[in-house]
Design a binder for this molecule. Sequence first.
Ligand SMILES: *Cc1c(COP(=O)(O)O)cnc(C)c1O
Length: 367
Amino acid sequence: MELNTRAVHAGREDLTDLGLHAVPIDLSTTYPARDSHEEAARLDLAAAGVNLGNSPIYGRVGNPTVSRFETALANLEGTESAVAFATGMAALSACLLAVAAQGKPHIVAVRPLYGTSDHLIGSGLLGTDVTWSTVDSIEKDVRADTGLVIVESPANPTLSEVDIEAITVDVPVLVDNTFATPVLQRPVELGANIVLHSATKFLGGHGDVLGGVVACDEEFARRLRSVRIATGGILHPLAGYLLLRGLSTLPIRIAQASKTATELARRLADHPGVERVHRPRIGGPMVSFDVVGDPHAVIGAVQLITPAVSLGSVDTLIQHPGSLSHHIVAAEDRHGAGIGDRLLRMSVGLEDVEDLWSDLDQALSKS
Ligand SMILES: *Cc1c(COP(=O)(O)O)cnc(C)c1O
């Protein structure tokens, strides 16, 4: 079936036979069983990363509502499996821990990345070490102990793109697909192995749920589930419900917001207060732009647009990466990655384009 259909139906295939319409939310922290021999054997399976399905022993091991979201996201990304976490950063942490545990703690990463991802990878907080690379030097930077190649495309916040198909190394390639969503780009079809999302953003889509998810083959999924059981970063069932609901409107939200973003980008490019507009080739709801004047004045002046970090909501959000999303990255690294001090990042929502343009135009005049 086509993507729009799968976005609505994936993860819900059994509902009609259950006599249900909305997805049930299972808030159980524990799952009773009378046979503890059998439970011990199942716990061994869980520790090895096997998905235990609808009776996962304990809430940290798995959850049926979360599983539905995982099934749906794997379907949309075209992967065997998906594993969901409490946040995008918990998802990235699990990937780093999984490869480090396999004796491959070296990461080859390409900037720019989301600020906290850059910090987590660059600081070596989880026992990994990094070689910051460029798309052209990935192959030469890969070593015998390299566990992952990590790229973001389009990247946060410059919207620069990586030619995923051109990365042909013998090491798992992880693509943070948060900005593209599976509607605009399915990295596994382009040769990547692991797809990461901050589900907090477009997948949830309404600014009211935190989550992260990794889509990958079942072998890596098992390693991630093992890490998730031990470290506890599982997604909450209510978040699983909201994320699954978010997926059903993802294609129409992305299509509508992309249309508006393209028009705003076109107008911004002609605005005297704007030096440069960043817009990815694949489109999407994100527009970044360097202003001629004071970027903080624009943030202070917007009335309709929400001046806030994060992205992917139904309302349009704008923020200054140097102060917020990428503040944690050292200024020289930020500048080296093309993140200027006058760059603003805007996540276009579902408002009418003329209302957004009036607000942007008046805010730019204050800068
Ligand atoms: C927000 C974001 C993250 C981190 O996700 P959280 O859900 O905030 O933990 C990772 N990657 C990208 C590209 C992001 O925008």
